[in-house]
Design a protein around this ligand. Sequence first.
Ligand code: HEC
Ligand code: HEC
Length: 413
Amino acid sequence: MMQRKSNKEIGLALLAIGFMLATVMPAFAGSQGSATPRPLAPVPPIPANGILLPNAQKDNVTTPAKVELGAMLMFDGRLSGDGSTPCAACHRPEYAWSQPDDLSFGYPGTLHFRAGQTVLNNIHLNKYFWDGRSLSLEAQVGAAGFGQESNNVSAQMAEARMRQVPVYVKMMQEIFGEPPTWDNAARAVAAFERTLNTDPKDVPFDRYMNGDRTAMTEQQIKGMKLFEGKAGCIQCHDGMLMTNQDFHNLGLPRNEAFDEDPLRQISIRYRSKAFGILNYDEVDEDKGLYFSTHRPDDIHKWRTAQLRELKWTPPYMHNGVFFDLEEVVDFYNVGGGPNLDGGAALAGKKDPLMKPLNLTDDEKAALVAFLMALSSDEMPGKNYKIPRIPPDGIMTATGALVALPEKVTSKKK
Ligand code: HEC
Ligand code: HEC
């Protein structure tokens, strides 16, 4: 029997990761929207093999074989502590690679304190999570894999399990030239994620930008002009994914679901401790970028969200506090939440770009219509065929690893 890694060990590992991140983060910590926004742009076309070029991942070039392996691992419970919670339990193709809850569920016994995120279009991001704390997709796989509210597995445990699966041993050997390791599994999962992208042929906005002037309605075009003009959204939501990937405090309201749930509050204290917050037992809310940088100015700052596929990924914001885009636009229209300006609650200073917009009802509706035009006509992932999860093997007398018949080991169809 394999020995389960104790919570204390996992906690210590997380603590170490926390400290590492804390020292890395200030280098790129948020400034408040100074650069000139880039123009809005369509996403690149998807090639026949799904792999977007040019491939910028020097140490992890995306290949079809790696992508195939990564897909299997993303859906395989072996990469989760008790086998129950693979990545795809929360990044579900049938929810546009996200999940429908306002606050995510968690690894058994825990609940998460943030909303899920889609992994679509992540190839174009350079920092990950609502607070941007992971700086590559490969590193992100580690953060999710070892995270107590997500997969809650250790590298050793996942490696030991993968090494018992003949299909993985063979694929890893062919792709990476060595037996299964966590790092290579992370590379494969990241490679797979890089193939999950919005197809510009499916999106009214992209079709419009690529020359089909009938692809957006009059109302959507009006909404786009407001987005770039009077409503000022482009100051933070620019470029191809409509995000400057910078950090901003919008003064968002709390989600009552968090306040009512002790398990989510325990998770936030645990996260605070793991990230080296000294009075972690007093932390009663999600402080965003501050957890990584420990700078009071960064309290409640979040990475600007991409605005693609919103139609398929409600609710919205890091705490899922808005259930539809009308609510989001109403929130921006009044200039966001109150400016709590540090104070006793240390609630952080609201971004100066957040100002009342004085949009009419027609203008608000146009803005919502434009946001909808940034989504695929059909939900991406809807027709995704979930890969077959390979069975365990047994060691024969000659030392060869032979696959067990699937019905013995696998609950999968
Ligand atoms: C129990 C649910 C759960 C599991 C399991 C899970 N995730 Fe997530 N994922 C989330 C939540 C919630 C967030 C946002 C968390 C945050 O910001 O701290 C997230 C964020 C992400 C992001 C960031 C997207 C962005 O826009 O920055 C990526 C990428 C991702 N997950 C991939 C993975 C991978 C790969 C795995 C498996 C190793 C995984 N997730 C396992 C719930 C989960
Ligand atoms: C000051 C910068 C800034 C401005 C201006 C801004 N946003 Fe945002 N936006 C953000 C940040 C940061 C987030 C993520 C906040 C969070 O999750 O806590 C976000 C999140 C969102 C989301 C939620 C996305 C999701 O997946 O949950 C939507 C929708 C959105 N913004 C639309 C708009 C619109 C429309 C405008 C213009 C009226 C606008 N934003 C103006 C910074 C900005």
